[in-house]
Design a protein around this ligand. Structure first.
Ligand SMILES: [Zn+2]
Length: 376
């Protein structure tokens, strides 16, 4: 779901990042405010003023979303759930949890503070707007503050929909979880509701599009697709997490991975390893199992073809990073998170500086499907 992320700043110890997709949205927001929303509501301002209002509105929206997410993170931290930071992406923000909430109560509180903080901003902005219009502030300021009141109310309303994984859906899951003490069932029900809302959004998007509201229709359609996808993924993730919980990496590990010696030439590596095994990364091992580095196809691309014959792997290798290595004692869910984050389906298993094996997504999934079949 995430593409390239840029770190912006740290707030209360949480790293705030934006996904590149957010930049596109920011441009769209500024544009639609400056040429649509503000000129429609305030007829006699200059073009420059509309653009300034558009930028101010988008910055305000951006800060509002951070405010909303920060509250999720603060509550999570209060209950000891490690938070990895906040990422703003196409449809708002996501607070990244290191773990799932520990109890129904914690999940409920964590979910509900988000919309509550948006309602608080909406009310605050509405108060400022009333004050501003009675004391004759410039229309441009008036307009931006009114827009922020409106958009935050909309954000709160949208997030309160009982559509998992939106905040309202998380609150619903927490209530169901508390009632029946069964997280899996609660997740299945609330993500089905989320999926249903996704379908509703898509259908109304198509309807709006066909009846002439093209822009609105496209927005609804995209939100519906996003919701549907997120609901399905969250349920799958939970099922996988539950099944893998407590299983250690060494259980899935294959003990003798394909390795390359430091004296191998690049030519040889490409012809006899990369084209043969189709892996994107090879561990470089000296002697029988001493890991000296890693080489990735990304690094190979940097080397001019003419040098392939007389350069060795040892000369261009880099140290293996935390992105492609894992300990045999780590939890399998950790391996899964790492794979999800890096997009690589294969990690090398390292103990100290010894290479002990390799773990692949394929083997983990095979294990999962067997486990689910036997324990159904
Ligand atoms: Zn939220």
């Amino acid at each position: 779901m995430f593409g390239k992320r840029i770190k912006l700043f740290t707030l209360f110890g949480f790293e705030v990042r934006i996904d590149l997709s957010w930049i596109i949205i920011a441009v769209l927001v500024v544009w639609s405010l400056a040429v649509g929303f503000f000129p429609f509501r305030y007829k006699y301002l200059s073009v420059e003023t509309y653009w300034l209002m558009g930028v101010a509105g988008a910055v305000g929206l951006f800060l509002s979303i951070i405010f909303h997410e920060i509250f999720h993170s603060l509550v999570a931290r209060r209950f000891g759930i490690p938070m990895k930071g906040i990422t703003l992406f196409v449809f708002g923000g996501v607070s990244e949890m290191g773990e799932e909430p520990t109890s129904a109560k914690v999940e409920f509180l964590m979910a509900i503070v988000g919309p509550l903080s948006s309602i608080a901003i909406a009310l605050g902005c509405y108060g400022v707007y009333l004050q501003a219009s009675s004391s004759g502030w410039p229309e441009s300021v008036d307009g931006v503050v009114q827009y922020l009141a409106y958009i935050n109310a909309l954000l709160a309303a949208f997030n309160l929909l009982p559509a998992f994984p939106l905040d309202g859906g998380r609150a619903l899951r927490a209530i169901l979880w508390g009632l029946r003490k069964n997280l899996r069932w609660a997740t299945r029900v609330s993500s089905s509701v989320g999926f249903g809302f996704g379908v509703l959004f898509i259908l109304s998007g198509v309807f709006q599009f066909l009846t002439g509201n093209m822009m609105g229709g496209i927005w609804l359609f995209l939100i519906g697709m996003f919701l549907q996808n997120a609901a399905r993924m969250s349920y799958q993730q939970l099922v996988i997490r539950k099944a893998l919980e407590g299983e250690l990496v060494h259980r899935f590990m294959k003990p003798d991975p394909v390795v390359v010696s430091p004296s191998t030439s690049i030519q040889h590596l490409v012809e006899d390893y990369v084209y043969k095994y189709h892996f994107q990364m090879f561990p470089i091992v000296e002697g029988s199992e001493k890991l000296v580095g890693c080489i990735t196809t990304k690094e190979l691309k940097e080397i001019p073809r003419g040098e392939w014959a007389h350069k060795t792997v040892g000369e261009v290798a880099t140290k293996c990073s935390a992105e492609n290595t894992i300990s045999p004692q780590a939890d399998a869910t950790q391996a899964l998170s790492l794979m999800a984050r890096t997009g690589s389906g294969r990690l090398i298993v390292v103990e100290g500086n010894r290479l002990v094996g390799v773990i692949t997504l394929k083997d983990m999934l095979k294990f999962l499907s067997l486990k689910m079949e036997l324990e159904r």
